[in-house]
Design a protein around this ligand. Structure first.
Ligand SMILES: [Zn+2]
Length: 207
């Protein structure tokens, strides 16, 4: 049973997000593969070919993290191009997408709209306020919350589209669940059960 929607540490036991060059599948682990927006400078054709190849691997259950970030990485045009590349790949393979989105929710929404993306999409590490979150919620995105979260946004998220994650925090998923659960009026174990069910739905329903 997987609870943690997004982590960078294999031993966290969640969906481990790796760059194509670092994909080294270990038995019993699940992965997402993508080019992080911070690493969008100088992406070679070799990297894109690895992405293409590893995205098909049976232990790769999602594409990402991909997305856009105005504070780091390549110029936004290039980030957009690479994000769209990931979206198209995910669409072709029928795999969901894990999205890093910093001050780019409008651009992320526009790209998904432009390409008519129907595979499930999750904004990971969601910290934004409700005003930013609302259009993403309305567009059907899942929102994944980690140690830093906006309580009003957690409350505004439909219960069936709420995910939890440890990302690169080093915390356990139990600690993250315990931090978020009171906001929802839930116990930590019931939030873990809810997030597990949602994550399985996110992973299984391809378009
Ligand atoms: Zn991450």
């Amino acid at each position: 049973m997987i609870i943690d929607a997004h982590t960078h540490y294999l031993n966290a036991g969640g969906i481990t997000s790796v760059e194509p060059a670092n994909f080294d599948p270990q038995p019993g682990h699940l992965y997402s593969v993508g080019i992080h927006p911070w690493h969008t400078q100088d992406v070679s054709n070799d990297t894109l070919q690895l992405l293409e190849q590893y995205a098909r691997h049976p232990q790769v259950v999602a594409i990402g993290e991909t997305g856009m970030d105005t504070l780091r990485g390549a110029p936004l045009d290039r980030q957009t191009e690479l994000f769209e590349h990931h979206l198209q790949l995910a669409g072709r393979l029928g795999k969901p997408v894990v999205i890093h989105c910093v001050r780019t929710s409008q651009q992320v929404l526009a790209a998904c709209r432009r390409l008519g993306v129907t595979v499930p999409r999750a904004i990971h590490g969601m910290r934004s306020n409700e005003r930013v979150a609302r259009p993403l919620i309305d567009a059907g995105f899942y929102l994944s919350f980690g140690p830093l979260f906006n309580p009003a946004t957690v409350l505004a998220t439909p219960r069936d589209r709420l995910l939890i994650e440890t990302d690169d925090s080093g915390q356990s998923i139990a600690q993250v669940a315990a931090a978020i659960a009171p906001t929802l009026g839930l116990t930590a174990p019931s939030l873990q059960a809810l997030a597990t069910a949602n994550l399985h739905h996110f992973l299984n329903c391809s378009s």
